[in-house]
Design a protein around this ligand. Structure first.
Ligand code: FES
Ligand SMILES: [Fe+2]
Length: 325
């Protein structure tokens, strides 16, 4: 395996903690408004830019007073605290209440959960632990990447994740959408699948076609997948928000960085920003087509070695995944 993701985990077993930091936006996120960010467990977090300390702040998006969403509020320009729009209670970056207007109550009687926002790889990550580190080693080495594709979708994350490790669908689902991709001229037949490793952290499988060309498909629990072509990775992060909706983040990572690659990327970025959502819509269409037939039971039939990543993923779920979403 030449591509690893190391995430330092604290309190992994606690149901009150995220399993890992969760990306939610790219670094260009507007600093001029409060953002409502859904996180696993079907909760929302209010995220705002603190102009005074020049950092992102984040708290649970429910005012303890009468449960209005704090993300509907404002940021007090003097204190940089978030202020509930309903009755004006204010909370600082630690989630401590600093003001209850028109009341003699001590504000410290009220507090809400706070979160930490980290910036790495041009992504903003939300975490409920301050010191968790985020290291994706392909991005620690010289590389080039496209603009991040980030979207929320009403689909269960497991089917979405299956789609992202299913290379065979590409020539069919995305026929004519990507230059050179045509359903009547599919990729060469895969002849061999080799499982490189399979354990509670995920798995890796290499697929080889009859031209002796190999790709490696990797799943790193709980959110990461990539298909590793020589020098290029199709990288995806599939995050469950609740049983029926997910956040999907992906990129093409080229294991090289030079002026030519960077200028080609800059040239094609506007086109990619336009086509990526359309390509993703084609995936969503197919997953919805599956979803209504699967209901609660998958009865997949293996059609050849190219299905091995999906088979391994379902084997992995059976063996290691006890989560309900
Ligand atoms: S609901 Fe937030 S201050 Fe009343
Ligand atoms: Fe696709």
């Amino acid at each position: 395996m030449n591509f690893k993701i190391y995430i330092q985990l604290l309190n992994i077993l606690s149901t009150f903690c995220f399993k890992q930091p969760i990306p939610f936006a790219d670094s260009s996120l507007s600093k001029r408004k409060i953002h409502k960010v859904p996180v696993p467990g079907n909760e929302d977090v209010a995220v705002w830019w603190n102009k005074k300390s020049k950092e992102w702040n984040a708290v649970h998006d429910v005012c303890p007073h009468r449960q209005a969403s704090l993300s509907d509020g404002v940021v007090n320009p003097k204190t940089a605290c978030i202020k509930c729009r309903y009755h004006g209670m204010e909370f600082n970056k630690h989630g401590s209440c600093t003001l209850i207007p028109s009341s003699t109550f001590n504000p410290s009687t009220f507090s809400i959960k706070n979160y930490y926002i980290k910036e790495k790889y041009n992504l903003l990550w939300i975490d409920d632990e301050k010191d968790n580190d985020i290291v994706i080693d392909v991005m620690e080495r010289p590389h080039s990447k496209l603009p991040w594709f980030i979207t929320s979708v009403k689909l269960p994350h497991r089917l979405l994740l299956e789609n992202s490790i299913d290379s065979v669908h590409v020539s069919n689902v995305h026929s004519d959408m990507i230059p050179g991709i045509n359903r009547y001229k599919p990729f060469p037949v895969f002849t061999k699948a080799t499982t490189n490793w399979f354990n509670e952290t995920g798995f890796s499988v290499s697929l080889t076609n009859y031209l002796d060309f190999s790709t490696e498909t990797v799943y790193i629990s709980p959110y990461y997948t990539y298909i590793n072509f020589p020098k290029t990775n199709i990288f995806a992060i599939t995050i469950p928000i609740n049983a029926t909706s997910s956040r999907f983040i992906s990129n093409l990572i080229i294991e090289k960085s030079n002026v030519i690659i960077k200028s080609v990327i800059a040239l094609f970025s506007p086109l990619l920003r336009k086509t990526s959502p359309k390509i993703f819509e084609q995936d969503v269409f197919m997953i919805n087509s599956q979803l209504k037939n699967i209901v609660n039971k998958k009865t997949y039939k293996n059609s050849g070695v190219a299905d091995t990543p999906i088979t391994l993923y379902n084997k992995w779920l059976d063996k290691y995944d006890n989560e309900t979403i």
